[in-house]
Each structure stands twice: as structure tokens, then as C-alpha cells.
Design a binder for this molecule. Structure first.
Ligand code: FMN
Length: 192
């Protein structure tokens, strides 16, 4: 049974990103995956982002020493097989709320002085679900690369499910059967 954690970065609770992600996670649950969802837009952060205090590098624990709800949520990630980011494309990237979360993931690695590193997420799968008003080319693909690159560095596999050129009203994107099917197939694949 796969353990999946989905981190929501879309601020619109009724938005299209959450709607497609809900279908994907429902499909994963139908395949008997255990799915936990956290809302990065609602997590309390003592400070936004990472302070580069490097306290996480001086301890054996994979834990951000800020100890706030963001740190606590990030520290749970190694317990899962699949880590899904769900976000609308904002300025060719993920949302700022998600960036706060992702920067704290520095605490999940140990970076040695001679260029060595090890990660508590090695051998997991990183996945991305994203929507955008514009195309994939020179747009969504830039976001995809921002999650694929850490996956490669951490020794993780990677998968993405991208929804470009979204013109539907908030939450209505899933009324398109092809979109709904794409989201469900992705969720099913993550659970497999
Ligand atoms: C602050 C902001 C920045 C955005 N930046 C981009 C962008 O760089 N490229 C793009 O194609 N769409 C961009 N969009 C459009 C959203 O990605 C798109 O409408 C998305 O589907 C919204 O998802 P939601 O319904 O879950 O909120 C932006 C929207 C906002 C509000």
C-alpha cells in the first residue's frame, strides 16, 4: 500500500488546481493508497522561508529547527512514498506559500563540506499537479523543472500532471471529461 502526501499550494480552495488534485487523490485512495493532504497556504510560519541558520545541518535529525507548523509538516515527509505538490502556476513557478514550504525542505538533506550530500527522501517519488492559464512551453515546463531537478538530486523518481491553457471558471475545469480522466489516471498511477 502506497503512502502519499499531497501538499496544496493553491490559495483558491474552490480553484481548478484543487479540483483536479481532488480527483487524483480520490483515484489514489480507490487504489487503496493512504493519502494525507496538507494545506501549505494555511500553515503558520514563524518566518517565511528558510533563514539559512544551518542548525538543521548540525544535528542528525532531519528537522527544521524553527519548530513551527511548517517545520513540523516538512519533517513528516520521509514517512511517505510519494510527495505531491499541487499548485497553480504563479509567475512561472509555484505559489509563494508553497515556496515557503519547499525551502524548509533543506532540513531533509545533510550537505557535507566536500560536496557530499544525503537526503531522507532518497528513493521516493516526487510528483507535481499544476494548472496554468498559459501553455506548457516556456511556462509550465519551467515549474516542472523546478520539482524535477530536486527529485534527480535527491535520488527520487518524478512524475507530473500538467493542465495548461485553463480558461474554465474556478472549479469547473473538472467538468471536462478528458481533464477528469487525466487527473484520475495520474492518481491511480501514483498509487501503483
Ligand atoms: C499571481 C498569479 C500569477 C500567475 N502566473 C501565471 C503564469 O506565470 N503563467 C500562466 O500561464 N498562468 C499564470 N497565472 C494563472 C494561473 O496559473 C491559472 O489561472 C491557474 O489555473 C489558477 O488555478 P486555481 O484555479 O487553482 O487558482 C497566474 C495567476 C495568478 C493569480
Amino acid at each position: 500500500m502506497k503512502k502519499i502526501i499531497c501538499i496544496h499550494g493553491g490559495p483558491r480552495k474552490n480553484g481548478n488546481t484543487r479540483a483536479v488534485t481532488a480527483l487524483a487523490m480520490e483515484a489514489a485512495r480507490n487504489q487503496k493508497a493512504e493519502v494525507v493532504e496538507i494545506d501549505a497556504t494555511a500553515l503558520e510560519a514563524k518566518v517565511p522561508g528558510c533563514l539559512a541558520c544551518h542548525k538543521c545541518q548540525k544535528s542528525e535529525e532531519f528537522m527544521c529547527s524553527l519548530g513551527d507548523p511548517v517545520a513540523q509538516a516538512v519533517a513528516t515527509l520521509p514517512a511517505y512514498d510519494v510527495i505531491v505538490l499541487s499548485t497553480p502556476l504563479y509567475w512561472w513557478s509555484y505559489s509563494a506559500q508553497l515556496k515557503i514550504f519547499v525551502d524548509r525542505m533543506y532540513s531533509l538533506g545533510k550537505f557535507g563540506e566536500n560536496g557530499n550530500y544525503r537526503f531522507s527522501l532518497a528513493n521516493k517519488k516526487l510528483a507535481l499537479i499544476a494548472t496554468a492559464g498559459g501553455p506548457i512551453e516556456s511556462n509550465l515546463e519551467l515549474l516542472e523543472q523546478q520539482w524535477r531537478a530536486p527529485a534527480e538530486m535527491m535520488g527520487c523518481s518524478f512524475a507530473s500532471c500538467l493542465f495548461p491553457n485553463v480558461a474554465a471558471a474556478p472549479g469547473k475545469l473538472v467538468d471536462d471529461p478528458a481533464v477528469a480522466e487525466k487527473a484520475r489516471q495520474f492518481g491511480k498511477m501514483l498509487a501503483g
